[in-house]
Design a protein around this ligand. Structure first.
Ligand SMILES: Nc1ncnc2c1ncn2[C@@H]1O[C@H](COP(=O)(O)OP(=O)(O)OP(=O)(O)O)[C@@H](O)[C@H]1O
Length: 234
């Protein structure tokens, strides 16, 4: 459904994504894992049609990604993309103007579930509250693919529980979810497949249940084996 073929992105002399061929299917939650600067964000931005590859292509349902696929792919960036003078409700209206598939009703339900008040101004929110709002804005779209870049970073345990619940609710058999995070153990409770990437190069894509059963290792064990000096990044 979402496939990159020999995808490369260079920034000057730096190769951020290096010839990555990768295919992902609906009905799965993928964790994209790799140390800082591995190319996760760059891969996602190209898959979302926001960054132009240097070479190679990304296909969504067999068509090159672009304006059309942006309707089906909901991408949550780590960068701020709304004005902080807005209320949470106004950010929802902004989204509904922009995305036909945005459901204000679902957004408000998610806000309740995550203990947010739509009348609050964004600038008065803590970073964890902003993270929850961003998740709600993204998941309130009825997209086919959800890509969430670092949904848990800097978020306390209770807010992480709420975010995890919202993500798992969105993970239905017809949807494809892709999450990047350094919180490997957190991701283990959500994802069923892992994409390991290092210095822009795809190392492997693994089914986590199969990996646990056949190899007897967890995602964190595998992360340590691939990247590690015995430590998992936090
Ligand atoms: N706009 C840019 N201009 C120049 N270099 C860039 C740009 N965007 C990314 N890079 C470089 O490309 C490499 C991959 O960055 P990217 O943000 O994709 O990695 P990442 O795996 O998402 O990292 P992190 O886990 O730290 O968020 C890094 O070396 C980064 O410095």
């Amino acid at each position: 459904m979402l496939e990159s073929r020999e995808l490369t992105k260079k920034f000057g002399a730096k190769t951020a994504v290096d010839n990555v061929s990768l295919s992902m299917e609906p009905g799965h939650v993928y964790a994209m894992l790799g140390p800082n600067g591995s190319g996760k964000t760059t891969w996602m931005k190209m898959a979302a049609g926001l960054v132009k590859p240097t070479s190679g292509e990304v296909f969504f349902n067999g068509n090159p990604v672009g304006i059309e696929s942006r309707k089906d792919v909901a991408y949550m960036s780590t960068e701020p993309y709304f004005y902080d003078w807005m209320t949470i409700e106004a950010a929802g209206k902004y989204y509904s103007d922009f995305f036909e598939d945005f459901s204000m009703e679902n957004f408000l339900i998610m806000l309740r579930e995550m203990d947010l008040n739509e009348k609050d101004k964004i600038r008065t929110l803590s970073s964890g509250m902003v993270a929850k709002m961003k998740i709600a804005l993204t998941l309130a779209r009825n997209a086919k693919v959800y890509m969430l870049d670092e949904p848990f970073n800097g978020i306390d345990l209770l807010a992480r529980d709420e975010i995890r619940a919202a993500i798992l609710k969105a993970a239905t058999p017809e949807k494809l979810l892709l999450l990047s995070s350094h919180l490997v153990e957190e991701m283990e409770a959500i994802a069923d497949r892992a994409v390991f990437i290092r210095k822009g190069v795809l190392i492997e894509v693994r089914d986590l249940e199969e990996m646990r059963e056949v190899d007897g290792v967890s995602m964190a064990d595998r992360y340590r084996a691939i990247f590690g000096h015995g430590e998992v990044e936090a």
